[in-house]
Design a binder for this molecule. Structure first.
Ligand SMILES: NC(=O)c1ccc[n+]([C@@H]2O[C@H](COP(=O)([O-])OP(=O)(O)OC[C@H]3O[C@@H](n4cnc5c(N)ncnc54)[C@H](OP(=O)(O)O)[C@@H]3O)[C@@H](O)[C@H]2O)c1
Length: 326
């Protein structure tokens, strides 16, 4: 049996309930993992509230770290006793023990502790595929401007550091002066409080009127139009989240004046094969192990206090990463 946080139907924070669930043996291609820490992500809010429709009852959570207890037939990259971490579908990491597909579960290097492993996989692999694999047609070169919204959050603080390591001039947006200071301290070259200032005007000034080559936008509805204004001709609009609500339908013709490109990116398309997932994880482990990227765990909540965790995340009260502890 395992303690788990389940919802019987999608809805508000109060729908999350602690329940006991049976945990069986892993089937072919699966592993059973005993969590030592669990990652909290904004996607958990979409899955709880119904922004993303999922069948219920549902154990939430897409990220965790722990010790492998058993492996199913055909799993060769893990064995019982291994330290491991993952970002993975289907949800289910808000639990003590679970069974899940082994495909996206990676061995955790000894130098990385469980809390860090649980905090960094979903957010770090996301920054990996965005900065390394989601690029404008002519690529990104050192010195290029990129715009990154919500840059003081879990994904955002990793992006600030990784972009600096790659030599990009990251312009951060964030929702308070304190969050802007945090983004700057982590490698952003400029920071704009988008609750107080018009970020599109500031970006135009910072780039001397030229605009940025890429916008990485996880805020969605509230920033969509301003983000398009920030792009230079042939620029790439990467929309990868909906913290303020989904981007409404739009006419492709709005892209025409600047010949803009748009992609709606998701991590799970990138980590769909074991080989690519491991290659991306190795790149992330190197960035963290080598010190270019530090994982800031700014909030810790007990698994039993998960409602407080979601309340803080939705109220924009968190910075960096948050984990659930057991
Ligand atoms: N597509 C993918 O592959 C993928 C993968 C991972 C994450 N994501 C997305 O990336 C984003 C960041 O994820 P995260 O887990 O690291 O979360 P996070 O950035 O730590 O938290 C979300 C942040 O969004 C900002 N925000 C702006 N408008 C908001 C609103 N109306 N309500 C709530 N928050 C608002 C807030 O920062 P400010 O106060 O600074 O505005 C808030 O702290 C999320 O949108 C997530 O869905 C996408």
């Amino acid at each position: 049996m395992s303690l788990a946080v389940q919802i019987a139907r999608q809805g508000g924070i109060e729908e999350m309930k602690l329940v006991d669930v049976a945990v069986g043996e892993p089937g072919p291609g699966e592993v059973r993992i005993r969590h030592r820490a669990i990652g909290l992500n904004y996607i958990d809010v979409y899955q709880r509230s119904g922004v993303y429709t999922l069948p219920t009852p549902l154990t939430l959570g897409m990220e965790g770290a722990g010790v492998i207890e058993a492996v199913g037939a055909g799993v060769t990259h893990l064995k019982a006793g291994d330290r491991a971490a993952y970002a993975s579908n289907p949800p289910g990491s808000y639990s003590e023990v679970r069974v899940l597909p082994a495909l996206a579960v990676c061995r955790l290097p000894d130098a990385i502790d469980f809390d860090t492993g649980a905090a960094m996989m979903l957010k770090g692999l996301t920054v990996q595929y965005l900065l390394r694999r989601t690029l404008p047609a002519e690529g990104l070169q050192p010195g290029d401007f990129v715009l990154w919204h919500a840059a003081a959050g879990g994904v955002g603080l990793i992006a600030c550091q990784w972009a600096k390591a790659l030599g990009y001039r990251l312009i951060a947006t964030a929702g308070s002066e304190q969050k802007c200071a945090l983004a700057l301290a982590n490698g952003a070259q400029h920071a704009i409080n988008y609750r107080a200032e018009n970020f599109a005007e500031r970006v135009r000034d910072i780039t001397g009127g030229a605009g940025v080559k890429v916008v990485y936008d996880s805020v969605g509805k509230d920033t969509w139009e301003g983000s398009l204004q920030c792009l230079r001709p042939f620029g790439l609009m990467v929309t990868f989240g909906n913290a303020s609500g989904p981007v409404p339908p739009f006419a492709p013709a709005i892209l025409a004046p600047k010949c803009l490109y748009v992609t709606r990116a998701t991590l799970f398309a990138h980590i769909a094969t074991r080989e690519r997932c491991q290659a991306m994880a190795d790149d992330l482990f190197q960035a963290v192990g080598g010190g270019q990227v530090k994982i800031h765990i700014d909030q810790r909540f007990a698994l039993t206090d998960v409602q407080a965790a979601h309340r803080a995340l939705e109220a924009r009260q968190t910075t960096g990463c948050s984990i659930l502890t057991l």
